[in-house]
Design a protein around this ligand. Structure first.
Ligand code: ZN
Length: 56
């Protein structure tokens, strides 16, 4: 799995779950793991947490 931004390797935990946030250690970009409909693979979607109001 490679970073969308800088193409560095992004480690996906073996127990990764849908919606988990992983960060590229090279450029610091955060990605949300999105499970592919066909199979057990994940795709990376840029996590736009900066403008998100999570509340408490
Ligand atoms: Zn990166």
């Amino acid at each position: 799995m490679n970073c969308i931004e800088c193409d560095a390797q992004v480690a996906i935990p073996n127990d990764a779950i849908q919606g988990e946030i992983v960060s590229c250690k090279e450029c610091g970009t955060s990605f949300e793991l999105v499970r592919e409909q066909s199979g057990n693979l994940f795709t990376l979607r840029p996590a736009e947490t900066e403008e998100e109001d999570w509340g408490e």
